[in-house]
Design a protein around this ligand. Sequence first.
Ligand SMILES: [Zn+2]
Length: 233
Amino acid sequence: MLASFIARTCSDLWSLLYPQYCAGCTDALQYSENVICTNCRVQLPRTNFKAGTGNQIEKHFWGKVKVESAVAYLQFLKGTEVMHLLHELKYRGNQEVGELLGRMFASEYESSDFFSEVDYIIPVPLHERKLKIRGFNQCDSICKGISEITKLPVLTGGLKRNRFNETQTSKGRFERFTNTADLFSVNSSLLKGKRVLLIDDVITTGSTLEACVNPLNEIGCSVRVAAMASPID
Ligand SMILES: [Zn+2]
């Protein structure tokens, strides 16, 4: 009793001296809160997309690549807590944000059959050189969080990005398609015929994910896709 009182007092004093802030809303975290405050955890805008129902993310892939089901967890809007969270993860290297989002997402989708019979969770890979420069792949921590809940294995060596910096945003649709046709390659001895769950942080145009799915389709993989956030609604 006395020990827990002392621990609590020390912790309060510590957070007074070195306050921790929520990675979403930037408010000071309370004792017992970690990385993302309780309010954000509850209030972050969910897309509520159901897998395999022809949701907007799945429609995005129709007629382009074969995807079993696809979801985005949160709605991405500029200037919001969701944007802050993903910036904190990608540009400030806060991997705890990725792990926590992965755990939250997996917990909320666990009761659906979205994770059933998946052989591997695969993060969308960065080019080796980009990985060296950035020091981490922001999708790895998301996969780690998902794996903690689902117990599914994460595979990082099965899909490879062949080209370095490819900026998609200023190009037209046809040019995007021709440029991404061989953007990724797969290790077919590892992945042939497997069911994989591809993980990205944000899905916007969907062209990077399409480029990942292409070679997986070619070797007979069943592919599911999940992004932590998307502006597509
Ligand atoms: Zn918050």
